[in-house]
Every structure is written in structure tokens, then in C-alpha cells.
Design a binder for this molecule. Structure first.
Ligand SMILES: O=C(O)CCC(=O)C(=O)O
Length: 280
């Protein structure tokens, strides 16, 4: 018979394992009076406190989740919602203008348009808009509590850009709001373009020139409680030379904005072509 082998442990040789009386060990281990998982400690704590934990089933509204944001950066037609007002549709053409063409348009318009910083009125408080604008068209346009009279004629190269969009979508515009975001600190807050002079369900064509900025849309809550915390958000990085068309119920059912950025941005010009109807 071979000798029981000893195993090597740190600092010496371990004794060979002794035989154990397993049954006597079991007699010595006492089961806890209350199993740990019954939450004995919680009950004990609550006996010295007036607050008792009670599970309450969350309501259907509380269980409702905010849908994840949608990022659109590829060209195409996007029906972003359908409801009582109909379909909200975006059409996106990321490379509508060629790079050199877009470079030329940016340089020309940056210099030639009579850019000015205007004041808006919201809830009776007036504030200076964090961007420069120019309004072009035969009729005035009232938005953000201020009436804008035409600032400029259709200077070159605006008619060329307008023709190009109209050829693509088969729809004619008579007015143009130009925005100049000088840097990352400029932007436009949540709003929708639903002024009466735009008519019902306006088609708006938006050209971007210069640095890329995020354009965001958020779904209006139904019924419109003003609480947008669970709203679907669509985010589109609008790059140099891109064209975005908003149509259908987009202005009825969604708001949009260009947020200020936390990182440096160069200037961006945005041209939004619209139709303005004479006041009735
Ligand atoms: O700059 C943009 O892309 C959007 C501008 C805008 O929201 C507006 O002019 O109503």
C-alpha cells in the first residue's frame, strides 16, 4: 500500500486530510430562525419606522417608454408619423448641390445678403434671436411675434437655387427665409412653421450651406399637454449642399429646432423656401 501523499502548501507540507464526521458537523450548524431571503432585516427596520414598503403597480402611462431617437443621414423619403392630420413626411437629398457649387453659393450669400439680428417676442418677453436673418419675398411674414418686411430682392444665386429645387419637386415657392448661424452659439429654439400665411400643411424646402448642424424634430404629444418628455426625436445632421423637404402634417404634428452646440462650429447658412399667401 502506498503512503498517503502530502501536498505542498506555502511555507511547508500540509498534513494529510483527516477523516471528518460529517453528521456531527451538521448537528452543530443551526438553521437561521427566519430564512435570510424573507427580508427579516427589512421587517425589523420597519417596526421602528412608520414607513412600510408597499409595491404599487405602475400605471400604463408610467410604463410608457420614450422611443429611442432616430438618426437620418442617408437620402430618401421618410414618413415619420401618421395620425389624424395625415402623414408627416421628410424628403432628404444629402448631395443636392455639388461641393464647388455649394462653396460658391455660401461665399456669395455670406457677403451679399443684408443679414440682421432681429428681436422676437415669446410669452410677452422680447429677446434677441441668436442668429442673423434676411427675408425675401413680396409679402411680409410674421413669426415669433414680429412682422418681417422684405429685406432683399432675389439676388444671384437665389433664383438658380430656387429653380433647381422647383424642377426636382414640381412645386413653386414665392418667399425665402435666410438664416445665418455664425457659430456653435447660434441656433433656433423648438417651433413649428404653422403661421396662417403659410397655409395648411405647408411644403418647406431647406438648403444647408457651410458647417454641418444638427436639425432635430420632436413629436407633439397627443393630446397636446405641452409635455415632450416622452416624445420621439428625429435628428438629422444637415451638411453642406443638402436639401431637406418637410411636408404633409410635419408642421401640425412635429416641432423642429437647430440646437446650440457644445463644440466649435463654423458659420452655416440655411435657406428655407416657402409659399406665403396674402392675408385674408
Ligand atoms: O436652420 C435650419 O435648418 C432650420 C431653420 C428653421 O427652423 C426655420 O427657419 O424655421
Amino acid at each position: 500500500m502506498s503512503k498517503p501523499r502530502r501536498s505542498r502548501v506555502q511555507g511547508g507540507w500540509a498534513d494529510p486530510p483527516k477523516k471528518k464526521d460529517v453528521r456531527s458537523d451538521m448537528n452543530r450548524i443551526k438553521p437561521p430562525e427566519v430564512p435570510i431571503w424573507t427580508g427579516k432585516n427589512i421587517d425589523q427596520a420597519s417596526s421602528s419606522s412608520t414607513h412600510k414598503f408597499q409595491y404599487v403597480q405602475p400605471s400604463a402611462e408610467e410604463l410608457q417608454q420614450k422611443p429611442s431617437d432616430i438618426i437620418i443621414n442617408k437620402g430618401g423619403v421618410y414618413d415619420i408619423s401618421e395620425g389624424n392630420n395625415g402623414i408627416s413626411r421628410l424628403r432628404f437629398f444629402p448631395d443636392f448641390l455639388q461641393r464647388e457649387e455649394a462653396d460658391g453659393y455660401f461665399a456669395e450669400l455670406y457677403e451679399s445678403l443684408p443679414w440682421k439680428q432681429t428681436t422676437s417676442v415669446k410669452n410677452g418677453i422680447s429677446y434677441i434671436q441668436p442668429r442673423l436673418t434676411a427675408w425675401i419675398g413680396d409679402l411680409p411674414y410674421t413669426y415669433s411675434g414680429i412682422t418681417h418686411h422684405p429685406d432683399s430682392k432675389w439676388v444671384k444665386p437665389l433664383p438658380d437655387i430656387k429653380d433647381k429645387i422647383e424642377d426636382l419637386i414640381g412645386y413653386k415657392f414665392n418667399s425665402l427665409l435666410c438664416n445665418l448661424y455664425r457659430n456653435d452659439k447660434d441656433g433656433v429654439e423648438w417651433h413649428c412653421d404653422d403661421e396662417p400665411e403659410l397655409g395648411p400643411q405647408p411644403i418647406i424646402a431647406s438648403i444647408s450651406l457651410g458647417d454641418t448642424r444638427n436639425f432635430e424634430l420632436r413629436k407633439k404629444p397627443v393630446p397636446n399637454t405641452g409635455d415632450y418628455s416622452l416624445s420621439q426625436v428625429v435628428r438629422m445632421p444637415l451638411k453642406h449642399g443638402s436639401l431637406l423637404i418637410m411636408e404633409g402634417a410635419t408642421q401640425d404634428d412635429w416641432q423642429h429646432r437647430v440646437p446650440k452646440e457644445y463644440h466649435d462650429r463654423d458659420s452655416r447658412i440655411n435657406l428655407t423656401f416657402r409659399v406665403i399667401y396674402p392675408a385674408k
